[in-house]
Design a protein around this ligand. Structure first.
Ligand code: 5RP
Length: 270
């Protein structure tokens, strides 16, 4: 692996734990101003000290994140569809590698829509992005996107999608946790991080999800809605850090969450 590529990955995956807590806040690129992310700066500022990497668009980076205190940037570089259209899988690459270098991105990220009507285009997007990004030692994160078909999230489909991503050169893959997740991990030769998906019923559900995923071999989380739509976002990301970096159980993480909520309530913040 090239030195620059390795160095960038080490900014995302903490060298001492080889794991990462990424904060995903790129949702606006096709969903617009979704709940709790209407003003990105207000949402992100309190969470940034606890994120190893921030997955965002160039628009949010430039308008809403202080470059002096930003963690590693994982730059969303795919897009071209919105939630108003029938098929959000119709994406292309929307950002040049020159722009990624200008923004000092530690990785570039695109969605991969395996099984969709745009599968072919999506796989070529990934391959071309890997070709270009590798010229500059920039890792590529492939996101196994399922669009509106959340029921697709089973081990058979996700193992297929993650493996295809790795075969086409992704440096790491973002996917969903599912039953028999160890099979997804086992058949994917590059690190996996998990998304949280739509907000779960309780915070404990999200902690359980993270704990189970790490136990099965995920190398981190890249969660969005289950952090910043949580009742106490800062306490939530701190609890996730304990699971990912300190080997905490879901019970221990829930205790950190509870203590954080109490402290936040006393201080009048979350
Ligand atoms: C959108 C994305 C999001 O970043 C991803 O879904 C993670 O966020 P969440 O935990 O809210 O699902 O890649 O395609």
């Amino acid at each position: 692996m090239d030195w620059g590529h390795e160095n960038r990955l080490a900014r995302i995956f903490r060298p001492d734990t080889r794991h990462t807590v990424m904060l995903a806040a790129d949702h606006g690129y096709f969903l617009g101003p979704i709940s709790k992310l209407q003003v990105p700066r207000d949402t992100l500022e309190p969470l940034i000290p606890y994120a190893d990497a921030l997955m965002i668009t160039r628009g949010v980076a430039r308008t809403s994140v202080d470059p002096a205190t930003a963690p590693a940037l994982v730059l969303r570089v795919s897009g071209g569809a919105s939630i108003l259209k029938d098929d959000i899988a119709n994406e292309g690459i929307t950002v040049s590698i020159k722009e990624a270098v200008r923004l000092n991105a530690s990785a570039v990220a695109l969605s991969l829509f395996i099984g969709s009507d745009y599968e072919h285009q999506s796989i070529l997007n990934l391959s071309h992005l890997v070709d270009e990004a590798q010229e500059y030692g920039i890792p590529v994160l492939a996101v196994t996107a399922v669009g509106r078909e959340l029921e697709k999230r089973d081990a058979r489909y996700l193992a297929l999608a993650c493996r295809i991503a790795a075969e086409h050169g992704a440096s790491f893959v973002k996917t969903y946790y599912c039953e028999e997740f160890e099979k997804v991990v086992e058949s994917c030769p590059v690190p996996l991080v998990i998304a949280g998906g739509p907000k779960l019923e309780t915070a404990r559900d999200a902690l359980d999800l993270a704990y189970d995923a790490i136990k099965c071999g995920a190398q981190g989380v890249d969660m969005g809605r289950n952090v910043w739509q949580a009742e106490a976002p800062v306490a939530m990301i701190r609890a996730l850090r304990a699971i990912v970096h300190e080997g905490a159980t879901a019970d221990q993480a829930e205790e950190i969450l509870r203590a954080g909520r109490v402290a936040g309530a006393l201080a009048g913040v979350h």
